[in-house]
Design a protein around this ligand. Structure first.
Ligand SMILES: [Zn+2]
Length: 265
């Protein structure tokens, strides 16, 4: 049986047009692609473009709204959900993600059943991110939010690069916190490095996760590259998971099952 795949982290932009992605993802057998929109203050119009892509290819593209934590209000999520957005993308806040002033947004997201993907760690030093303080986007902030909102399904991007250790321990302790391995980590870090971070299993005698899950049940596939590089990222995931000798069941969870649960499919 063909492998089922959800790409949890992709973007729509000049190179990644809806048409080009639809063609490539059909070729690669990727069933669903979550489009993580950027907020209007950073990339004007991206929310509308993502929604338009979803309407053109409703079975393929899953839209996450680019939400500006400093300029938008919790109730804006109601309208976004009505428009068709399934989840929320956060990036570039002016306060730490776990600032109490943002908790109303997370509470509303829980109430509406909208999952979220948070950019974590260092952000590229190019427009429109040149004023960003990456320290406001640390993995440990999500640990705090996850404890306060156990129903809120959250995905942290890039395994928190360069704060991988923070990300891994936050992942272990919070059943509602997941991570993708997009970015340079998969390219430049060794399988041994990743193994040393994602080590817990249901049968680890001590130091398990509270819900008894395997570390790799908390990891999802994401690409976050130009569409024509997606195959290359898939290969990186394949090489890593086989180097770590992950069972076929765990590999299926990374490719599809865990993302499907997060998205409520
Ligand atoms: Zn991204």
């Amino acid at each position: 049986m063909a492998r089922r795949i959800i790409d949890m982290h992709q973007h729509l932009h000049q190179t990644n047009t809806a048409e080009a992605m639809a063609e490539e993802y059909a070729r690669l057998g990727v069933e669903k692609v979550v489009l993580q929109a950027w907020p209007p203050r950073r990339v004007p119009g991206n929310n509308d473009d993502v929604l338009a892509a979803h309407r053109k290819y409703p079975d393929l593209f899953v839209p996450f709204v680019g939400f500006d934590l400093d300029e938008m209000k919790p109730d804006d999520l109601v309208r976004f959900q009505e428009e068709g957005f399934v989840g929320i993308k956060f990036i570039g806040p002016s306060r730490p993600y776990n600032d109490a002033s943002y908790f109303g947004v997370y509470e509303k997201a829980c109430e509406l059943g909208m999952p979220a993907l948070y950019h974590l760690g260092i952000v590229g030093n190019y427009e429109p991110w040149t004023d960003c303080d990456s320290n406001l986007m640390r993995p440990i902030h999500l640990d705090h939010i996850a404890r306060g909102f156990p129903e809120f399904k959250m995905v942290g991007a890039h395994l928190g690069n360069p704060w991988h250790e923070e990300a891994a321990m936050a992942c272990r302790w919070n059943p509602n916190l997941f991570f993708d391995l997009t970015g340079s980590t998969l390219k430049k870090k060794t399988p041994e490095f990743i193994r040393s971070l994602l080590w817990w299993t249901p049968t680890t005698p001590h130091y398990r996760s509270p819900d008894g899950t395997h570390a790799w049940q908390k990891i999802v596939f994401g690409s976050d590259v130009n569409y024509y590089e997606t195959r290359d990222v898939m290969r990186d995931y394949e090489v890593l998971m086989s180097a770590l000798d992950l069972s076929p069941e765990l590999q299926d969870a990374v490719w599809y099952g865990t993302a499907a649960r997060i998205l409520g499919l």
